[in-house]
Design a protein around this ligand. Structure first.
Ligand code: NAD
Length: 469
């Protein structure tokens, strides 16, 4: 049997098992989630080691950004699943006044989850939690680039699930391409916008529904009435976490020109406070992650070098260590608008700073780019915040902080158009992996027969109905 046949027989085995998985009650699904959580807890050290091997994430960073979001999703789903699964009562219009309307949440079916390398553990397992809560079968395809984490993910999934319910297939884009030929009921993809389009095109052939969690250029806008030191500290943390390889990191800064210099000085001080070990970096024991691959190292280095040759000023000394895939934080000022670094998503430790004189200038800069996944606003003026919210759009926005939207399972997480389609997290993740089936229970007493033909003599009924419209 070749690998394409084995993928389709795996898919068929999940289809055959679907009825059983679909008809599970809330407690059975909760048991699966508890089993998954216990297996993760038992494998924590292995997971952390893999994340260190792939991205040199420190134990602290990996725990709070990879394990804790998954535990939060599991806990939240277990707490709320009975309520989420319960058919919802919905009111009726005059035509169906005596009928009972209900909304049933049925699983989408057999789903495909494809994940990226930057948060390789949680971006695979968190959507899986929602898929299990909603009663689906799933095939998982993690990123081949975060290879060590993929191996551990495979071990975890094999330990917890039978293949005919959840199976993980390792491999690169060729494997993903083969998987995409199968008629999945839903495809949940996290990754770049470019590949997001490939996924949507493939999904169209089977009319599979899609959730696309993509990237883009997320701005942070800073007005001139903020506490500069505090804002700089937050931005340095959010930008250089995971060495800038975070989909919701602030991609670039738009700052009122009157406070640019003070802000850059404050950024330098807070970087020294947050990452003092960069002065004498010990690669076995640093809080600063590496760039995931040589290809991305080269890509980011080229972005920096081309921005500087276009006239940008580097506010910090540059340091590239190709052997250890390390690029120290870079802050760029005096940028040329046409610079590549202001056109494509940076996804690395480089922070361009652009100044504005009026808020309108700032929003024009944002509106000239594709819709962002996140937008951050730092301001103490309610009026300015309202203006910025009403004149822009983004998948999500945080006012006076960054990244905290990711941990908030009570809100939907997702992009708009170029930065994504659909949403995840908590109830919104459950909904993403569910089909909302409209069900009407007709009453014994009903008026449907009143509108059967022949219509002559029944005009009064229409007149009566129109009176309620
Ligand atoms: P990527 O698109 O290169 O790869 C993601 C996944 O797609 C991998 O599993 C890969 O094997 C697969 N893939 C690659 N080429 C494919 C093809 N031709 N057909 C089918 N599948 C293919 O993305 P990446 O570089 O791994 O991740 C970085 C991007 O992801 C950034 O743009 C970032 O902003 C985005 N991202 C978004 C979120 C979010 O939640 N919105 C989270 C993390 C990352």
């Amino acid at each position: 049997m070749n690998s394409n046949q084995s993928l389709s027989s795996l898919f068929n085995s999940q289809q055959q098992n679907l009825d059983e998985v679909k008809n599970t009650i809330a407690n059975e699904r909760k048991e699966k989630l508890i089993k998954l959580k216990n297996a993760i807890v038992a494998m924590e050290m292995e997971i952390l080691k893999a994340l260190h091997n792939d991205l040199r994430k420190s134990e602290f960073e990996a725990t709070f950004s990879e394990l804790i979001p998954v535990y939060t999703e599991i806990k939240f789903a277990i707490k709320n699943l009975d309520r989420w699964m319960k058919p919802k009562k919905v009111s009726s219009e005059i035509q169906n006044i005596l009928a009972k309307n209900r909304l049933y949440y049925e699983p989408k079916g057999v789903c495909l989850i494809i994940s990226p390398w930057n948060y390789p553990f949680q971006l695979m397992i968190a959507p899986l939690v929602s898929a299990i809560a909603a009663g689906n079968c799933c095939i998982l395809k993690p990123s081949e680039i975060s290879y060590h984490t993929s191996v551990v993910l495979k071990k975890l999934i094999d330990k917890v699930f039978n293949d005919n319910e959840v199976a993980l297939i390792e491999g690169d884009s060729t494997v993903a391409t083969e998987l995409l030929k199968l008629p999945f009921d839903h495809i949940f993809y996290t990754g770049s916008t470019v590949i997001g389009k490939v996924i949507m095109e493939a999904a169209a052939k089977n009319l599979s529904s899609v959730t696309l969690e993509l990237g883009g250029k997320s701005p942070a806008i800073i007005t001139n009435d903020v506490e500069i030191k505090k804002v700089a500290e937050k931005i340095m943390w959010a930008k250089f976490l995971n060495a800038g390889q975070t989909c919701i990191a602030p991609d670039y800064i738009l700052i009122h020109e009157s406070i640019e210099k003070e802000f850059i000085s404050a950024c330098k001080i807070s970087l020294e406070n947050q990452l003092p070990d960069l002065k004498k970096i010990n690669y076995d024991d640093t809080d600063y992650p590496k760039i995931v691959s040589k290809k991305h190292f080269e890509r980011i280095k080229n972005l920096i070098e081309s921005a500087i040759s276009d006239g940008a000023n580097s506010e910090l000394p540059l340091f590239f260590d190709e052997k250890n895939l390390t690029i120290f934080p870079v802050i760029l000022s005096s940028l040329n608008d046409k610079s590549k670094v202001m056109e494509e998503e940076i996804f690395g430790p480089v922070l361009p700073i652009i100044t504005f004189m009026t808020l309108k200038d700032a929003t024009n800069q944002v509106k000239n780019k594709p819709k962002a996944l996140a937008m951050y606003i730092f301001s103490n003026s309610e009026k300015d915040v309202d203006f910025l919210l009403s004149t822009t759009t983004a998948g999500g926005t945080v006012v006076n902080d960054l990244l905290i939207q990711f941990a908030e399972v009570n809100l939907p997480f997702g992009g708009v158009n170029n930065s994504g389609i659909g949403s995840s997290h908590g109830y919104y993740g459950f909904k993403t992996f569910s089909h909302e089936r409209a069900v009407i229970f007709q009453s014994k007493i009903n008026f449907t027969s009143q509108i059967f033909p022949p219509y002559k003599g029944k005009e009064k009924i229409l007149k009566l109905m129109k009176r309620f419209m």
